[in-house]
Design a protein around this ligand. Structure first.
Ligand code: PLP
Length: 351
């Protein structure tokens, strides 16, 4: 059987045997009553790692973001953010549809707005205006290609946030990758933010789950918001145990994913018809441009056992993760070369 190499996302990893054993033996209780010991342990552990008072386990990164937005903002408030962020593009417009919050996206460079852009975006008080309440960042920044926001940059935005008495939020679904790339602790990145979300099922390889971390006062409110959204879960130590395992065992190894992403990018650089700058690949996400219709190219690659995702009219995304080896990367480069050359002219109809 053809071995499938799945580079669509770092969410596609499957729990290892060891992780499954941990799951099978997890101690559980009813977490809505607050008595699942494994969830409590995870929330305590992750708040410690993020340097925050408290944390809340939630079923998905999307819910983490929505819980955080609803905790910090009310209907009629405005959030300043970068246009390619997850909350803008991949959450079914839920900030507006469910929360009555207006996202104001601005064009950034490699996932960054300049401090000046943020400063100009803050509205002065006026009865007609939405109330500018929050600045949201994403680190690493998926839409910009897994780019890392460094501590100096974050501090430059924090300054504007403070000057204007705003709240500061980080979508840190891939904060783990950012910390490894910057060679700092996750808490160094998390420090300036009122709330930070993190994900256990991306690079860390747990099957399910995210967390929102921050001051106890905010997390107490977030717990009520999670319940409102239907995110209160019962014997959820079953999955929290996998998240604990993932934190302990799969964090340091993320640097391997970064090395493999770089290797993939270097391989792609040498292929005719692919545009990519390998030195711009900072973590585990590789976005490359091709000169043929993306949908057909992705279908061609799939037939040869390589899964990729279209990321724009002429862009494709490949993500390295726990289940991808060095050999897989070499094979992926070969398949991408083939998917662009042979078979292409025969099937050169449009996307
Ligand atoms: C994946 C992702 C999310 C959402 O996570 P889900 O668990 O898929 O809902 C949020 N933010 C970023 C930056 C992500 O990459």
């Amino acid at each position: 059987m053809l071995k499938v190499i799945d580079l669509r996302s770092d969410t596609v990893t499957r729990p290892s045997e060891a992780m499954r054993r941990i799951i099978a033996s997890a101690e559980v209780g009813d977490d809505v009553f607050g008595d699942d010991p494994t969830v409590k342990h995870l929330e305590q552990k992750v708040s410690e790692i993020l340097g925050k008072e408290s944390a809340l386990f939630v079923p998905s990164g999307t819910m983490a973001n929505q819980v955080a937005l609803r905790t910090l903002c009310e209907a009629g408030d405005e959030v300043i953010c970068e246009r390619k962020m997850h909350i803008v593009n991949y959450e079914v417009a839920s900030a507006s549809a469910l929360l009555g919050i207006m996202l104001s996206p601005y064009d950034g460079k490699r996932g960054r707005l300049s401090p000046e852009q943020v400063r100009l975006a803050v509205r002065p008080y006026n009865i007609h205006h939405p109330h500018t309440r929050l600045v949201a960042l994403e680190n690493t920044h998926n839409g910009a290609g897994g780019t890392v926001l460094d501590l100096d940059y974050i501090a430059s935005i924090e300054k504007v946030v403070k000057e204007n008495s705003l709240y500061f939020y980080l979508d840190g679904a891939r904060i783990w990758n950012a910390a490894v790339a910057l060679e700092v602790e996750p808490k160094d990145i998390a420090r300036p933010f009122n709330l930070v979300s993190v994900c256990f099922s991306k690079g860390l390889g747990a099957p399910v789950g995210s967390a929102v971390c921050g001051d106890r006062m905010f997390i107490d409110k977030a717990r009520r918001v999670r319940q409102m959204m239907g995110g209160g879960m019962r014997q959820v130590g079953i999955i929290a145990s996998a998240a604990l395992y993932a934190l302990k065992n799969n964090f340091e190894r993320l640097k391997e994913d970064h090395v493999r992403a770089k290797k993939l990018a270097c391989g792609l650089e040498a292929i005719d018809g692919v545009s990519i700058k390998a030195d711009e690949v900072e973590t585990n996400i590789v976005i490359f441009k091709i000169d043929v219709p993306v949908t057909r190219f992705v279908q061609n690659a799939r037939k040869m056992g390589l899964l990729l995702v279209p990321f724009g009219p002429d862009l494709v995304r490949a993500v390295t993760h726990l289940d991808i080896s060095d050999d897989d990367v070499s094979t992926a480069v070969e398949i991408i070369g083939k998917a662009l050359s042979d078979g292409w002219k025969k099937t050169s109809d449009s996307r």
